[in-house]
Unconditional design. Structure first.
Lengths: 257, 321
């Protein structure tokens, strides 16, 4: 695959993909954090400044915390600093587990090295040379900054009435037809026609009377619709009389489980 | 089984699972015992969905549920307060002893130049001006001037707190920098160790030469036991990390770096603690000039002895050497 996704295998033998975050999102997250830290620092300096020597001591301690431990505290407790959270990023270990205090401390102390010689030049070069966009701190600590997709509900689409494919399809062919069926909305009309035209020999085998659409549609539109009907069949959408079959299958499966 | 039926049958379970995970994520009370069996069942569903070639949309949806559960189930042990006690009792001194070699190298790199510089400047006093500019020299002279009025009495509490903040901010940053720049094939750590050694040697040599011996050494002796030791530790950790890149052995460089970094983490935790202690002593004890020199020297000596004994004797239990 051409994308940068990293497959993580869990102890249960399941793979899931993590998408390492690229430099742009991370720079934006860093700048957001910098802004937050700056604002907090100015506010603190203003209020603690009223306390004289005691206050200025506290200001310096706060400055130390904001400079070095701000990212560590947020990464360990929430998985990401506010800036990263804003961009839906999260810091995890290479194996996908949440980051620990040790790893977070390491990756954040090594910011100093990544910062050299000016404004994260080393870190940026390291990120661009690394397949998983790791800066030196990430390499040493064995951590990964991943891009999360916000939780979403199971997509449900209106599908046309199912239709039997004219020939038996292999599993990868079925997968391709299913993907086309579900992704039809995001493809342009000409692209849809182009994709369907690949299947011309298949579509020609369809019986003429199986299609009950408007006569005003073009051949391409008709074919796209037919292919989606096949996809609906492969997905297992049934017409009428579905409930009885469902309950019998469910009883059967429940027995097995 | 076709996908639609599979979805229809398992949808209620997925929703239940998502609610349970949501509660666990927010750390609210819930029936957590259901979580692990539910997680396993979800894993099975993913395996089925992939095997049967169900749509990527479904697999993606399930994967996301799985990821949220995975984050909750597979957490590596992190440091706790009880762990901290064990760390002070065993972990830290053992980690230091395990790295005795690299720590002695780092110490040599810091103490060596200091001693050489002190000797050099006592022999050729003018050389201090080729190392430090005259403003700095004047500043140090003013700080430790035995005739200055403020040396006679204890500094007031407010400026003590101010200096405490300054020491925390400055010294720990110096230690962190000494560690982190070691990743550049040890060069950064080497530089900062030698630089600190030279700087301290030049100041100490100069102040001893002009006869400010007592105010300077009584100030430095107590907290340096923690501060200087901590900075050599940080430097040693940096050297170890950089050396792993230089000579990775049978591992790849990335692996060697990761392992070395993991090894030195206990030393880093310890370094932070030592520097906080040092900042306390430096701000509230060292600066108090109303205490007689004899007491200050003996307390300082005691501190050094304490540090030495701690790293040599504490936590020998079940140590593998």
């Amino acid at each position: 695959m051409l994308d940068t996704a990293v497959a993580i295998e869990t102890p249960e033998g399941i793979d899931f993909d993590l998408v390492p975050s690229g430099p742009v999102a991370r720079i934006l997250a860093y700048l957001a954090d910098l802004l937050i830290r700056g604002v907090v620092m100015i506010a603190l300096s203003f209020f603690l400044g009223l306390l004289g020597g005691l206050g200025s001591g506290l200001i310096l301690v706060c400055y130390f915390f904001l400079e070095w431990l701000y990212p560590v505290v947020f990464e360990v407790t929430k998985g990401a600093t506010p800036g990263k959270k804003w961009l839906n990023l999260k810091v995890v270990h290479d194996d996908g587990t949440p980051v620990t205090l040790s790893s977070s401390l390491l990756r954040n102390l090594l910011r100093t090295a990544d910062f050299l010689p000016f404004f994260y030049a080393t870190g940026l070069i390291s990120m661009l040379c690394n397949g998983q966009f790791k800066r030196l701190g990430d390499i040493a600590a064995g951590t990964l900054v991943v891009q999360l997709t916000p939780p979403q509900a199971l997509p449900s689409q209106e599908l046309p009435a199912p239709m039997l494919p004219p020939v038996a399809l292999t599993q990868s062919e079925q997968a391709a037809v299913i993907q086309f069926t579900l992704r039809q909305e995001v493809l342009s009309k000409p692209r849809q026609a182009e994709l369907v035209s690949i299947l011309e020999p298949l579509m020609d085998k369809l019986p003429e009377n199986a299609y009950a659409g408007d006569s005003g549609e073009s051949v391409d539109e008709k074919r796209v619709k037919q292919l989606r009907q096949i996809g609906a069949y492969l997905l297992g959408k049934t017409g009428q009389g579905q409930t009885e079959q469902d309950s019998s299958v469910r009883a059967h499966v429940d027995k097995r489980l | 089984m076709k996908q639609a039926l599979f979805e229809q049958m398992n949808q209620p379970f997925w929703q239940e699972y998502a609610e349970l995970v949501g509660l666990l994520e927010k750390k609210q009370t819930c029936d957590f015992r259901q979580f692990v069996p539910a997680y396993r069942r979800l894993c099975q569903h993913i395996a089925i969905a992939r095997h049967r070639g169900y749509s990527p949309h479904l697999v993606e949806y399930l994967n996301q549920l799985n990821w949220r559960g995975h984050q909750l189930l597979y957490k590596r042990p992190s440091m706790t307060w009880i762990g901290l006690m064990g760390f002070l009792r065993f972990g830290f001194p053992q980690a230091v002893r395990a790295h005795a070699k690299v720590i002695s190298i780092a110490s040599l790199l810091m103490y060596g130049p200091s001693l050489v510089l002190i000797a050099l400047i006592l022999w050729q006093p003018d050389w201090v001006y080729s190392l430090l500019d005259s403003h700095e020299v004047a500043r140090f002279e003013a700080m430790y001037d035995p005739d200055a009025e403020r040396l006679g009495e204890a500094r007031d509490a407010e400026s003590n707190v101010h200096m405490f903040g300054f020491y925390i901010q400055n010294n720990i940053s110096v230690a962190f920098r000494t560690f982190a720049t070691g990743i550049a094939f040890t060069l950064g750590s080497l530089f900062f160790l030698v630089f600190n050694g030279v700087y301290f040697g030049a100041v100490a040599g100069h102040l001893s030469h002009i006869g400010y011996t007592e105010p300077f050494w009584t100030f430095v002796v107590a907290h340096s036991a923690f501060e200087v030791t901590a900075i050599t530790f940080a430097g040693a950790a940096g050297i170890k990390m950089g050396f792993a890149l230089l000579a990775p052995g049978l591992q790849t460089r990335a692996q060697a770096l990761q392992r070395a970094a993991r090894d030195v983490v206990p030393i880093l935790y310890g370094t932070i603690l030592m520097l906080v202690i040092a900042a306390f002593i430096e701000a509230f004890w060292s600066s108090n000039h109303s205490i007689s020199a004899a007491i200050k020297y003996s307390v300082g000596g005691g501190m050094w002895l304490l540090v030495l004994l701690y790293f040599l004797r504490v936590g020998r239990w079940r140590e593998s050497i």
